[in-house]
Design a protein around this ligand. Structure first.
Ligand code: KE4
Length: 435
């Protein structure tokens, strides 16, 4: 664990300075640039279990877990060994492989809404494909999404989006034609009345509603009681589809995702992150009747060179096998609740208004005295204080998501000792932060 007076980041700074001349913002994805928390990002050298080592040799307890995939801990030996074995047989076939059948069966068995699944290479691809499928199946063009929810960077979703769009305070994005987003309607999260009004104003025109069943891209915002159930009724009443974007929640908040935990079954689901076990995999799936529209079974086109490649499938299969072990989700719930309860307690003890919570291995907190129900409320939290907290924790060897508008993630590799160290570090940082 790095001590405060030895937080040397010389090599990180050199590498990141060079990176900014080579890649926009020096990163391959915006949120990694630490724009909203200040300071320079650290450059990773290696990861293992719950830990990161940067290029200067500093060690950190990791609560990002490569944004969710590392739920079993980084470089889990069983995943690595399975990959080593698969490597010798080839990394990509561009042809059917039995590994696709195996992972598909595991996903279908686990996720209540999924009778048939298509693999792609990212959550973005999964969401843009499922949108096309919603429109193909209903013959309608409009969709409803929620402010602060992020469904990848496809044009039609970049309307009041969360994650990096929110982090950078972007007014959505240039380059997205109005004609593309004209059909994207938005409502505040947890606001059933707003959704009802949109259906009333657009009778027979809305293909469906897509949402994060537990928001992780506007900070951590759980659904209020009755919200998911209400959307299920509203969509059925209006001949529209209900789509759960479980790219983040899938296999994380329960083995069957949010739809298992909250017992609300959507028509279609998107997945990513965990099902790739750290390699690029996304997926969309749902009722066979709907999925049978997807080419080549049906006319809705979607394709991908590396989709279902045996290496990524292998990592996903092994990761889900590890998650199937008894007690995994009980452990995630216990360790994460211990963490967030401890963080909230030391924040309050040091005079800071704070709210937050967790569901299984997903957690978040806001520096505000109100419970956050939606993105507008999330934006009223003290993001400047969050930035200072993030930097202070980083210097104490704790790696939190570098944005207030993200969620935190634990893994099966995190220990009670890690959690106690994190809480102790938070107390040190928070007592020096102006209340
Ligand atoms: P990817 O294209 O990044 O694999 O997935 C897009 C996506 C879709 N849906 C949800 C609910 C998601 O959380 C994501 C991606 N999550 C972000 C983190 N909030 C990925 C990190 C990044 O953009 O660098």
């Amino acid at each position: 664990m790095v001590s405060t007076n030895s937080f040397n980041t010389t090599k990180s700074e050199e590498i990141f300075t060079a990176a900014q001349k080579l890649m926009p913002g020096g990163v391959s994805s915006p949120v990694r640039a630490f724009k909203s928390v200040g300071g320079q990002p650290i450059v990773f050298d290696r990861v293992k279990g719950a830990y990161i080592w940067d290029v200067d040799g500093n060690q950190y307890i990791d609560y990002v877990g490569t944004w969710g995939p590392a739920i079993c801990g980084h470089t889990h030996p069983e995943v690595i060994n399975a990959l080593k074995e698969a490597l010798d047989k080839g990394t990509s076939f561009g042809a059917p492989s039995v590994q696709e059948n195996i992972l598909a069966e595991m996903v279908i068995d686990a996720v209540p809404s999924i009778e048939m699944v298509r693999f792609v290479n990212s959550g973005t691809e999964a969401c843009m494909s499922v949108l096309r499928l919603m429109r193909a199946y209903t013959g309608r063009d409009k969709i409803i999404k929620f402010e602060g929810c992020y469904h990848g960077h496809a044009d039609m979703f970049l309307v009041k989006a969360g994650s990096g769009v929110a982090t950078l305070g972007l007014p959505d994005s240039p380059g997205v034609p109005k004609t593309t987003t004209n059909n994207t309607l938005t409502a505040p999260y947890n606001d059933l009345e707003a959704v009802k009004a949109l259906f009333a104003q657009n009778p027979g025109e809305i293909a469906g509603v897509i949402l994060e069943p537990v928001v992780g891209n506007a900070g951590f915002i759980p659904p209020e009681a009755g919200f998911l159930e209400g959307l299920r009724v509203l969509t059925q009443e209006n001949g529209a589809l209900l789509v759960f974007d479980e790219v983040m929640t899938g296999f994380r908040i329960a083995y069957g995702g949010a739809q298992e935990k909250f017992r609300v079954t959507p028509d279609l689901t998107t997945l990513g992150k965990v099902i790739g076990g750290g390699l690029p995999v996304g997926a969309y799936g749902g009722k066979a009747e709907i999925m049978s529209l997807v080419a080549p079974a049906g006319p809705m086109y979607q394709a991908g060179t590396l989709s279902g490649n045996p290496l990524a499938m292998t990592a996903g299969i092994k990761t889900l096998e590890l998650l199937q072990k008894p007690g995994t989700y009980a452990y995630l719930e216990q360790i994460t609740k211990q963490l967030i309860d401890g963080l909230l307690q030391v924040a309050q003890e040091t005079g800071h208004a704070v709210t937050g919570g967790n569901i299984s291995g997903m957690f978040g907190m806001f520096f505000t005295n109100q419970v956050v129900h939606n993105y507008e409320e999330a934006k009223t939290s003290d993001t400047t204080k969050f930035g200072r907290f993030h930097r202070g924790m980083l210097e104490k060897g704790i790696y939190l998501a570098p944005s207030q508008f993200e969620a935190g993630f634990t893994s099966l590799a995190h220990t009670e000792e890690d959690v106690q160290k994190t809480i102790a570090a938070a107390k040190e940082v928070l007592k020096d932060l102006p209340a």
